[in-house]
Design a protein around this ligand. Structure first.
Ligand SMILES: [Zn+2]
Length: 333
């Protein structure tokens, strides 16, 4: 008998008999947080109150502490599990594997004593994500439509660096994005030796410090409230200011602005205003990447996650068409 998997109406990814990932599930004693993005910490407070154990990687735990407040996880039994280390839970074995997405992101593998394997990708970019061989695969479907392909013949990272450099010639460059991806931009610019000071709003700053603690290289970062940062921004001096996407309509309105988004397929860089650009930097696989994962995972059946934003029905159809295995989008709408 193979291990069961499903996705509930509330977005909980059920693996085997005991595990629910990424949303609250009152029937499961073990809650896993695959990564710290908000659509994967759904109902975490309820889980903390009722689950025997909440499991995540050490980096995800640190990020949840920053994003939800340091007391939040004390409301329950939160434990950490490193990549590659197995946790025996009753007759099942749980292992986390790295997912190339944001700092701390994990794929989850559950195996039973007979060697049946059910895996959940969480969010991932195929580039640096090890593919799990599975019998049943639950996968994200953000760009699960054949129209969602990013086959650009330029390196988006190089493009990002050159746009930022161009903006710096005339003063401050504001960069907008989501947690995790902003830190990736910092790392790209730092690695490319962009010398201008980096400034970050409070939450972005603290998320960055966690990413640095867990191995990212981002260089020196100044908190936006500090005197030094305020002076730089007031004078429109050459510096790079990192802000969350949610504040795009509030800060740096007259400055040179760059936002990073995965929802860009026509071009790696699009000019949206006089001094405003969108760069197609994604932390998810495009359609081809999702299909490639299935090809290498060789599952006997696939479930695509339709609870979260994406194209789960289309992806399930395309997987069935290409590989001939049963594939279904769950939860059913
Ligand atoms: Zn995510």
């Amino acid at each position: 008998m193979s291990l069961k998997a499903s996705v509930t109406q509330h977005g909980a990814v059920q693996l085997g008999k005991y595990v629910a990932c990424d949303a609250f599930d009152e029937t499961r004693p073990l809650r896993i947080v695959s990564h710290a993005h908000a659509d994967h910490t759904v109902g975490l407070q309820q889980s903390l109150r009722t689950c025997e154990k909440i499991l995540m990687t050490p980096a995800t735990r640190d990020l949840v502490d920053v994003l939800m407040g340091p007391l939040f996880l004390m409301g329950g039994n939160a434990e950490t599990l490193d990549y590659g280390k197995a946790l025996q839970n009753e007759e099942e074995r749980i292992t986390f594997f790295r997912a190339d997405h944001i700092m701390g992101a994990a794929q989850v593998l559950v195996e039973d004593v007979e060697g049946n394997r059910v895996g959940y990708t969480g969010d991932f970019r195929i580039d640096d994500t090890p593919v799990l061989e599975t019998d049943t695969l639950v996968m994200e479907a953000t760009y699960g439509n054949p129209a969602c392909k990013r086959s650009f013949d330029v390196d988006v990272r190089d493009l990002l660096v050159s746009i930022v450099r161009k903006g710096l010639e005339n003063g401050t460059v504001y960069v907008f994005g989501y947690h995790g991806k902003l830190q990736e931009v910092m790392q790209i610019l730092h690695t490319a030796d962009v010398k201008a000071p980096f400034i970050a709003s409070e939450k972005v700053f603290h998320v960055s410090k966690i990413c640095e603690k867990h191995g990212m290289r981002i260089g020196r970062l100044i908190l936006s409230e500090e005197w030094e940062a305020r002076k730089l921004l007031e004078k429109n001096s050459p510096c790079v200011a990192f802000y969350h996407m949610n504040t795009m309509n509030k800060v740096g309105l007259d400055s040179f602005r760059v936002s990073v988004s995965g929802w860009e397929f026509g071009s790696p860089c699009r000019q949206t205003g006089n001094k405003e650009y969108v760069i197609a930097l994604s932390d998810h696989s495009d359609f081809d990447g999702l299909i490639e994962y299935v090809r290498r995972s060789k599952p006997k059946s696939v479930i695509t996650d339709s609870y979260r934003v994406g194209h789960a029905e289309t992806l399930a159809r395309e997987i069935h068409k290409r590989f001939g295995v049963p594939a279904v989008a769950l939860p059913k709408k």
